[in-house]
Design a protein around this ligand. Structure first.
Ligand SMILES: [Cu+2]
Length: 236
């Protein structure tokens, strides 16, 4: 018994050491250049049911940029790190359908992580996923008002996997599926934090659906005090 408990204790210390030595990657994504103006979604405003949910003419949100170029909705991830998903145990990611729009429209999840799709509208939506990576399956499910959340997950990594609604042709969300927990989506301040990365050398990439769909790469080294990585995405 004594040997057993000291083994358990040693395993505990080992786990603790690994957690302590993992550190965060932080940084800011900035957009250089003036993005094109957003487009008004006229069919939404004109729709007899959905139009009522909007007092102003709704627009696309392809670029959410602060006064200093701070770029929201960029996905920053470790490149080439696969097979590290903890998605099965991760908190579900919620995507709502509200005002006949997906919210949020840019999402990142792990492989195997549950995506709960809600319908907060008093109208029928239809959640139609259109993956392209082998291993991810297309789904097409109607969702009545006040019906239970749909639970969807993907097993293969894929960038900007499109969700659409066949009832409302302007409704889209783009879900990036990552095979590790090492990613983050920038907020309105352009900042991101990738948490608890084991020390080592990595390529970090910043993807933005419109401005850098293929990703802008940066080489970094994570030490026990973490690492920083700032990205400037230039509009061509
Ligand atoms: Cu819809």
């Amino acid at each position: 018994m004594k040997l057993k408990s000291s083994l358990v204790c040693a395993a505990g210390i080992l786990t603790l050491t690994q957690v302590l030595s993992a550190a965060d990657i932080t940084g800011t994504v900035t957009l250089k250049g003036t993005p094109p103006a957003e487009k008004t979604i006229d069919p939404l405003k004109a729709d007899p049911t959905c139009g009522k949910f909007h007092t102003e003419n709704p627009t696309t949100h392809f670029y959410t940029v602060g006064a200093g170029g701070e770029l929201a909705d960029a996905i920053v991830m470790l490149k080439g790190v696969t097979g590290k998903s903890t998605g099965a145990a991760a908190q579900p990611q919620v995507i709502d359908q509200k005002g006949c729009l997906y919210s949020p429209q840019i999402v990142a999840v792990q492989t195997g992580q549950k995506i709960l799709v809600k319908n907060s509208d008093p109208v029928l939506h239809n959640v139609h996923t259109t993956p392209t990576a082998a291993g991810n399956s297309e789904q097409n499910q109607a969702q009545m008002p006040a019906s239970p959340d749909l639970s969807i997950s993907f097993s293969a990594p894929e960038n900007f996997l499109k969700f659409k609604c066949d009832v409302h042709p302007w409704m889209f969300a783009w879900v990036t599926v990552v095979d590790s927990p090492y990613f983050a989506v920038t907020g309105k301040d352009g900042k991101f934090t990738i948490k608890d990365v084991p020390p080592g050398k990595y390529t970090v990439t910043a993807l933005h659906r419109k401005a850098s769909p293929a990703g802008l790469d940066k080489q970094i080294e994570v030490t026990s005090s973490g690492a920083s990585a700032d990205f400037t995405i230039e509009l061509k």
